[in-house]
Design a protein around this ligand. Structure first.
Ligand code: F6R
Length: 261
């Protein structure tokens, strides 16, 4: 796990966009996994800027989103469909046919989830998966207690997550109680993973998933078993890491080495 600790949200977003744009430039037909929520908004803004000012080309990119609220259609302003199109896809030259987001209105949810998994495989697997993390240590909507080998499925949201996400809705009762989400097992099959976190509110979850035991109580902890994870966090989110100075030291050494090669 490569851990980069940055000053603030802005620096986190710029560094994340750099990694994603490098992936796109090196492999123009990459399959990218995207996340929603407050964390990646700055990253998407920067990717839009790179498209407009530097010609970053999304025309051959395929995408799969982590999750979608169950019961919300693509036109609902709080759906993850709506989020992705308004924050990224409407502003870059992506082919909408190559965009995949779980269908919150799927009638046969089980069949839909099976098909979603098959589509990821058919596309050749996810090259780079972007992740945020919940305060309870969740990745995608894999709440505490989710199997660490779980696949795409219908899940119930934890109370903490409902409360956290209420900020995007008019009132807490409006937050859907269910979601369709990629599983931990699905995420673990991505070739590379990039996890972002900012703010003090994430500091316990960050310390737990990096330095704690691998446990289904903190589903992000399964990332300790993945061979290619980059974590970019700001100082506030890193504040409870016991070995913070060590991670900074390692990151500095690698940065110097990369400059020379
Ligand atoms: C969103 C997702 C979630 C969020 C997490 C953090 O697609 O999968 O796991 O990444 O809940 O949300 P924010 O970024 O709003 O703090």
């Amino acid at each position: 796990m490569r851990i980069t600790i940055v000053k603030d949200y802005d620096e986190m977003s710029k560094k994340a966009a750099e990694i994603i744009s490098k992936q796109i430039r090196t492999k123009p037909d990459s399959v990218l996994g995207f996340a929603t929520g407050g964390t990646p908004i700055g990253t998407y803004k920067e990717l839009v800027r790179m498209h407009k000012e530097e010609g970053l080309d999304f025309s051959r990119i395929t995408t799969f989103n982590l999750d979608e609220y169950y019961g919300l259609g693509p036109d609902h302003p709080q759906s993850y469909h709506y989020f992705m199109f308004s924050n990224l896809f409407n502003h870059v030259n992506i082919d909408p046919k190559r965009v995949h987001i779980p269908d919150g209105l799927a009638k046969d949810v089980e069949a839909f989830c099976k098909k979603y998994e098959e589509e990821i495989k058919k596309a050749g697997g996810i090259d780079l998966q972007l992740l945020g993390i919940g305060r309870d240590g969740h990745i995608a909507f894999n709440e505490p207690g989710s199997s660490l080998t779980s696949r795409t499925r219908l899940v119930a949201l934890a109370e903490e997550t409902i409360k956290d996400n209420a900020r995007f809705f008019e009132k807490e009762e409006d937050v859907p109680r269910f979601a369709i989400t990629m599983g931990c097992g699905t995420i673990m099959e991505a070739k590379k993973i990039l996890l972002l976190a900012n703010g003090e509110a994430k500091s316990d979850a960050v310390a737990a998933f990096i330095e704690g035991p691998i446990t289904s109580q903190i589903t992000a902890s399964i990332l300790q078993m993945h061979p290619d994870v980059t974590v970019i966090i700001d100082e506030a989110a890193a504040s409870k890491l016991k070995r913070k100075e060590y991670y900074k030291h390692v990151d500095r050494l690698f940065r110097d080495l990369e400059k020379k090669t």
